[in-house]
Design a protein around this ligand. Structure first.
Ligand code: EPU
Length: 338
């Protein structure tokens, strides 16, 4: 096993934060993962996937297990559907492209989401009206202490909005090693209702979209609004969209009749954090190299040399002002390592 010491994690997190790992090993097989988890010389383990939902504010005094397990296979198939198994280290968008090349429907709305397959269930990644949970069958995960492989079925994962059992009751206990997804081979269910997708398809004069058309529309929308982490460090949405009570929403709507919102039920409404942050004057605000993206206020960016602490300070400033102006608490979506 090739264990590296004192290495920079700059290229391993999409924020591009330059902190160090005490020790670091790239994991390319399940056996290697088991062996690494048997090592006793390290104070702790730190599981690293695509690093796309991570804000590092300090050095990692642990053995970083960089999950690079690869492979995509078909595990079940009939005339209408296919169940695929993707290993945790596969890049998410490359998996989406692979499904499109094979004519499998389901993941097209989730095109161009940064990160790897293994972290997708932790976050229950979602975009443009689709969440991972809509396609998810099960995932396999290795227990950090027993080193046993366990299968988590859909019901075991307790999926919620950007949430799962892996962020709650089972936090820090497992490494997800592979994910199974059920996709369609024909009669695909297309999700085009999301406003931005409808508009993009209209703009391109597409009346009967294919799964490839939807993927292309999503890619255009994302490229327009969201910064490419290869060019500007970022972790996508930094906060979750808050859910507020109907009474509080009515008050807000009186003051801001055009406030965008999604109704959850008769009692609760979700309001876009990006809108709240923009109203507070933060859109495009820059403090050193830490900044709020100028096209999407929900995305914090690193223009080059920002530290995790500087990004965190900006995030806390935003939380304070939004709380003061709107009496709404913003919860980070990104995993902050303090
Ligand atoms: N808005 C503003 N100002 C801004 C940003 C947004 O007024 O600076 C308004 C928009 O005009 C729109 C509403 O807020 O009316 C919602 O904006 P958008 O469609 O861009 O989506 P979002 O709610 O900001 C969520 C997800 C994104 C996902 C998009 C599309 C969360 C935390 N974020 O963003 O996910 O791509 O919807 O489905 O739920 C991510 O999780 O990293 C991510 C990018």
């Amino acid at each position: 096993m090739n264990i590296l010491e004192n290495i920079s994690l700059k290229d391993y997190n999409t924020f591009g934060i330059d902190t160090k790992a005490q020790s670091f090993v790239e994991i390319t097989s399940l056996l290697q993962l088991q062996k690494a988890l048997e090592l006793t010389a390290y104070p702790a383990y730190f599981i690293l996937g695509g690093g796309s939902n991570l804000l590092l504010t300090k050095n990692i005094d642990a053995l970083v297990l960089y999950i690079a397990l690869k492979g995509i296979s078909i595990v079940e198939e009939n005339d209408n559907e296919v169940v695929i198994k993707a290993m945790a280290g596969e890049n998410w968008h490359e998996l989406v492209l692979w499904t499109l090349e094979n004519g499998y429907g389901g993941l097209e709305n989730l095109s161009l989401i940064p990160g790897n397959v293994g972290t997708a269930p932790i976050q229950n990644i979602g975009a443009y009206g689709v969440e991972l949970k809509d396609l998810f069958v099960s995932c396999e995960a290795m227990h950090l202490n027993s080193r046993e492989l366990v299968e988590f079925e859909h019901g075991d994962c307790e999926f919620g909005y950007r949430d799962s059992v892996f962020k709650n009751a089972k936090k820090g206990q497992y490494v997800i090693t592979s994910v199974k997804l059920r996709l369609t081979k024909k009669d695909h269910t297309l999700n085009t209702a999301y406003g931005a997708i409808e508009q993009e398809l209209q703009r391109q004069e597409i009346i009967y979209p294919t799964i490839r058309d939807i993927s292309n529309a999503v890619i255009s929308i994302r490229q327009e609004k969201l910064p490419d982490p290869k060019k500007i460090g970022n972790s996508g949405s930094f906060f979750k969209n808050p859910v507020i009570g109907q009474k509080a929403f009515e008050k807000l709507q009186k003051k801001f009749p055009d406030i965008p919102h999604y109704r959850i039920d008769t009692d609760y409404v979700k309001v876009p954090a990006g809108w709240l942050i923009e109203q507070c004057g933060f859109k495009g605000k820059r403090v050193g190299d830490a900044a709020v993206h100028e096209k999407q206020a929900l995305v914090l960016v690193n223009h080059g040399a920002a530290t995790g602490a500087e990004i965190l300070e900006l995030a806390q400033d935003i939380q304070k002002v939004v709380k003061k102006n709107f009496k709404i608490e913003l919860t980070p979506e990104v995993n902050i390592i303090k």
